[in-house]
Design a protein around this ligand. Structure first.
Ligand code: TMP
Length: 241
């Protein structure tokens, strides 16, 4: 048992605690949900448990395929033990299909398959509402070194490839997703979470949205969508993982 120490950070969806080992943190996933920079607030029943489980499964799958992650083990229904990282304040978004802010920004129709997948960076800053930035901004603001940017890009493309392939047999289409990376003793690890809060998943047959867009856009059936993603991903476990 790892004892929960001082609360280090509380975000919109998670709390991070120190442990008695300075190299390890505990991450606790909450049922709270926000959208549009916290303007819209709510809770999604069982979200904490579902996102903790899904993140654990995705991180395990990815680390077995060569992506270094912060994940160590799941220590409770909504709790993960992770390597202590300092989060790089850059969100990395990968997109395969047009949706959300890309549809708006470029006037493209949601659902259009991109001729080539796209990577975007956003500056993690609540006050500034996470503005989109590029490699030059990241270097100028010293948010990460050029080598670290390259590494994040390489991992993001690899994660995209691995997740798309992994989810295909579950008839889940990976539309887009957001990753965060952290530094642990100088090395970059994939961190944060991978869940329906941070990815867009569409049913491959019906096109139904199975992610946080159901909450953002008041589509109803939010809990059922999260449960459905978990059910399908758990079915993939075994030889696939
Ligand atoms: P966007 O289309 O709103 O820019 O979102 C792109 C992807 O990033 C989508 O899968 C949802 C995820 N995302 C987050 O994880 N956190 C956020 O705060 C936002 C805005 C998006």
């Amino acid at each position: 048992m790892t004892a929960k120490g001082e609360l280090l950070y509380e975000g919109k969806a998670k709390k991070v605690f120190r442990t008695d080992d300075p190299d390890r943190y505990l991450v606790e996933f909450k049922d709270d949900a926000t959208a549009f920079d916290g303007l819209k607030k709510g809770t999604i029943r069982r979200k904490g448990e579902i996102n903790a489980r899904l993140s654990a499964l995705f991180f395990q799958m990815l680390s077995r395929r060569g992506i270094p992650t912060h994940f160590i083990e799941q220590t409770g229904p909504r709790q993960l033990l992770v390597r202590a990282v300092e989060i790089i304040p850059v969100e990395v978004v990968a997109r395969n299909i047009v949706a959300g802010s890309l549809a708006k920004r470029l006037g493209l129709e949601e659902g259009t398959v991109l001729k080539r997948p796209v990577l975007e960076f956003y500056y993690k800053s609540d006050e500034l509402h996470d503005p989109m930035i590029n490699n030059y901004h990241i270097a100028a603001l010293e948010l990460a070194t050029e080598a670290q940017i390259k590494e994040m890009e390489t991992y993001a493309w690899k994660v995209n490839e691995l997740l798309v392939e992994f989810l295909r047999p579950a008839d889940l289409v990976l539309v887009d997703f957001k990753l965060e990376f952290g530094l642990h003793h100088g090395s970059i690890l994939l961190a944060d979470e991978i869940s329906p809060d941070t990815c867009r998943f569409w049913d491959g047959t019906s096109g139904e949205k199975l992610d946080k867009d159901r909450f953002r856009r008041d589509l109803g059936g939010v809990e059922d969508a999260y449960e459905e993603v978990l059910r399908r991903v758990e079915k993939l476990i075994g030889e696939n993982l």
